[in-house]
Design a protein around this ligand. Structure first.
Ligand code: 26W
Length: 823
């Protein structure tokens, strides 16, 4: 064994080169004398994976031997982004690989661009899960992510004639060198069928039988931490047909229909649902949820049983976190296994479930709160439906005891929404099954405590708490902005801030240091040049580097108010048109960039994309305007695009209607990259303003407590905030200044009628004022840069390391377990 141990992959140049070339020849079966950039990327990734597997194996071995408590993060989405650069930095091998590759004629940065961007998520929730994985590994927390290995990630967005088109993203076509297929880790998953009651030792028991069986197979992706030998795991499930033939149809001679059934099995994990913040109640989606939850729960139980025999110990060995309600059915599956298969009684089983599960809420939007019809669940998962009714029955008994006769309250708190088409409220189910529930920013948590979960907060006063989101400084500063990272390291005289962001506060001492500020400016300029080159390459549009780069990148949604942004741009354009050439020269030049995907069925969001493109077409080609204003719709916004856009931004927009954005996480990334924020008092903006100071941001708009009243007055026609400026903008749109944008006309008309649910017209004036302040501040470059540096130096709170530490302490109760470094 000792001799075999010597096979640890070396870190010197020769060992790295040898492993790359070996993979070229033996894994890819290409000739080692001549291979493409893509071939080199693949071989390099394989060579890195070899190194990761060593620490991955050691880590798991160590955790198993020591029978440690593990965290399981259950999420239908993991928006990882590209892995090569992040991995090399985390294992501190970027320099070694760069030099080794250069020596054989390959440029590492070019290889980075060969990697597909795995996009198994929609937006905020999926990207948060990815940042959490990085922090969990970095903090040496024994933790596994569990999710679905979709064949198709979020669609690729292509713009044709200004409209969004969706193109399938078959991300696996070139293979995936980061994952390890686990043909030995498979579980049968049942759907449909019926439940059978029977008696055993005087106890009535139930068993779920019949239906269809589909197999779940595991694929593992190692998750290395920064500056540690620990390596965690992300386990994703793929669906496969069950091995056995469907003998019934086979015997009937119906060979084709038996093959068809098998294809249906593979279909379960084929595509990620592209809806963000709105539910589509499709059977296939529920199948995905149950499929992944069942496989995960079985896998967790199997691991527990390896080292433990007493079920009471389960909560000491496992903490399962539900990333929103999407994996809610995992709780019911766990209960089913404990009761029907492990034969525990209800009380014991409930206690174990409740002490090991917890749930994070990520949105208050009513259309995003999941419900599933009782009919559908009964059909697909009959035993689970019975258990949900039982959970609800016991709970309703408790409520009736505490609030006799208060039927209104019972109706509100019930898991079942009564009516013609009875629905299961997944959030209510999650709250009941969990010992902790959390919101994702202070304001958001307060809102769920006072509104959607008010009754639960009264009944369980210690259950709902806050865990403000965070982002990983490894990907979002160190990898995305390497020059800025080097400058910070130079100023602080070491690089430990990358793993301990609190240390970045000392940067404050440099906010007025001329030499430092000049370097700061140069780096921003280089990042802008890089983005400008990308825009030229992708869109053929030349954007000036001396302009203020103003960026709004996120999913397109009415509550995020990209519409208000573009209405302001139109106002700015019309104002510029009114000016003399001399006056125009004094205006701060701006490049406005908007990017983001609309859910394929979200008509209004798609109309907004068309409007942005239409405005760009006119403004960018207007000779009077020239370089003073450019409007760019950046297509196919994704994680890798964010890594270019964020470091190049100077102003970023986080302008949701107050109370509607749960947290936002890109706001944190922008601050970390020296970008100033124009925003409303919503989500984590509130906490960002507490940290960096309101003076260092451009805050505007109605506050949360004002929104309901304003909305009511707008709808009742008692209040009309549309002034001359905004009316002129509407007129320009409606009269064809931007060509045929009739798709947006109904939205404009409803705003004019006061049907302005998102308060665009209400907030427009204070938005314009804030924008004027932006221009004034930008003219004073000394002040602007000081604000930028102060922002970065005060961003430590928004590291996901801080967030994860809080989850560990107050929800999961897990320890950090550094594994011994191999000698
Ligand atoms: C069932 C359809 C569906 C799909 C996705 C409903 C809801 C979602 C997500 C919960 C939406 C989402 O991504 N929410 C975002 O979560 C981020 C991480 O906490 C927050 O920063 C964002 O404010 C929030 O919109």
């Amino acid at each position: 064994i000792w001799e075999l141990m010597q096979t640890y992959q070396g870190v010197d140049q020769k060992s790295i080169q040898r492993s790359i070339v070996n993979h070229v020849e033996y894994t890819l079966a290409m000739t080692r004398f001549n291979f493409s950039d893509f071939g080199c990327y693949q071989a390099t990734a394989f060579s890195m994976r070899d190194r990761l597997l060593e620490s991955w194996n050691d880590t798991n071995q160590y955790f198993t031997t020591h029978n440690v408590k593990r965290v399981y993060y259950l999420s239908l989405e993991f928006l990882l982004g590209r892995l090569m650069q992040n991995t090399l930095n985390n294992i501190n091998m970027e320099k070694n690989y760069r030099e080794a590759l250069l020596d054989i004629g390959y440029d590492l940065e070019r290889l980075y661009d060969e990697e597909v961007d795995p996009a198994l998520g929609n937006g905020g929730l999926g990207r948060l899960a990815a940042c959490f994985l990085d922090s969990l590994a970095t903090l040496e927390v024994p933790a596994w992510g569990y999710g679905i290995r979709y064949d198709y990630g979020i669609f690729k967005q292509v713009i044709r004639d200004g409209y969004q088109c969706e193109v399938p993203d078959f991300w696996l076509s070139g293979g995936n060198p980061w994952e390890i297929e686990r043909p030995e880790v498979v579980y049968p998953i049942r759907f449909y069928g019926y439940t059978e009651k029977y008696e055993e030792n005087g106890v009535e028991r139930a068993q779920w039988k019949g239906g269809e069986i589909v197999m779940a197979k595991a694929y593992d992706t190692p998750v290395p931490g920064y500056n540690t030998f620990n390596c965690n795991n992300l386990r994703l499930w793929k669906s496969l047909p069950a091995q056995e033939f469907d003998f019934q149809s086979f015997n009937k001679g119906d060979y084709l229909s038996s093959v068809e059934m098998k294809q249906r099995a593979e279909y379960i994990t084929s595509v990620l649902y592209p809806n963000d913040n709105s539910q589509e109640g499709k059977e296939l989606r529920l199948k995905q949820q149950y499929f992944f939850c069942s496989a995960t729960v079985r896998d967790v139980i199997r691991r527990f049983k390896k080292n433990n025999s007493d079920w009471k110990d389960f909560p000491k060995k496992a903490a399962l976190q539900l990333n929103d309600t999407h994996p809610a059915i995992a709780a019911v599956e766990f209960l089913r296994i404990l009761i029907d298969e492990e034969k525990l009684d209800w009380g014991e089983a409930w206690k174990i479930l409740h002490s090991s599960f917890s749930y994070t809420n990520h949105t208050v939007l009513p259309e995003a709160l999941e419900t599933w019809s009782v009919g559908l669940i009964s059909h697909l998962l009959p035993r689970h439906m019975e258990l949900i009714f039982l959970i609800n029955h016991y709970f309703m008994e408790d409520i009736a005891k505490k609030y006799p006769g208060d039927y209104q309250r019972m109706e509100e708190m019930s898991i079942i929404a009564e009516g013609d088409d009875k629905q299961v409220r997944m959030a209510n189910l999650c709250i009941l099954c969990s010992h902790k529930v959390n919101g994702v920013a202070e304001l958001h948590t307060k809102l769920i405590q006072e509104t959607i979960f008010k009754r639960f907060h009264e009944y369980f006063p210690n259950k709902i708490e806050n865990k403000t989101n965070g982002v990983t400084p490894r990907r979002w500063i160190h990898c995305a902005n390497p020059k800025l990272s080097d400058l910070i390291t130079e100023a602080l005289e070491d690089s430990e801030w990358i793993g301990e962001l609190e240390r970045i506060e000392y940067l404050e001492n440099f906010a007025e240091d001329e030499e430092f500020v000049q370097k700061w400016i140069d780096i921003k300029k280089q990042n802008k040049e890089k983005l400008a080159a990308k825009v030229k390459e992708v869109l053929g549009i030349k954007i000036p580097v001396n302009a203020l780069y103003d960026v709004q990148i996120k999913r397109i949604h009415e509550y995020k108010r990209q519409l208000m942004n573009i209405l302001y741009v139109i106002h700015r354009y019309l104002t510029l048109k009114d000016m003399t050439p001399g006056e125009r020269e004094k205006v701060v030049p701006r490049v406005v960039i908007i990017g983001g995907k609309a859910a394929p069925g979200y008509h209004n969001a798609k109309a907004i994309i068309k409007l942005v493109n239409a405005v760009g077409d006119i403004v960018n080609n207007d000779k009077d305007i020239g370089d003073i204003l450019k409007v760019i719709f950046y297509p196919n916004y994704c994680v890798s695009a964010a890594q270019t856009l964020i470091p190049a931004s100077e102003l970023s927009q986080h302008i949701s209607t107050a109370g509607m954005e749960a947290s936002g996480t890109s706001n944190m990334k922008f601050v970390m990259n020296g970008c100033l924020i124009i925003g409303t008092m919503d989500g984590a903006n509130v906490e960002i303003s507490e940290e960096v100071g309101e003076d260092n941001m451009f805050i505007f708009g109605a506050r949360v407590h004002e929104v309901d009243d304003i909305r009511h007055r707008l709808f009742a026609g008692e209040h009309n905030p549309i002034g001359k400026r905004l009316q002129r903008v509407f007129d320009a749109i409606l009269s064809g200044t931007f060509g045929d944008v009739s798709i947006i006309h109904p939205i404009i008309h409803s705003l004019m009628d006061g049907k302005d649910y998102y308060l665009v017209t209400e907030d427009f004036d204070s938005y314009v004022k804030a924008q004027n302040k932006v221009d004034d501040t930008y003219r004073d470059q000394k002040k602007w840069n000081m604000m930028s540096i102060l922002g970065v130096s005060r961003s430590a709170k928004f590291s996901s390391d801080r967030t994860i530490e809080e989850y560990c302490d107050s929800i999961w109760k897990v320890d950090r377990i550094p594994i011994p470094t191999p000698s």
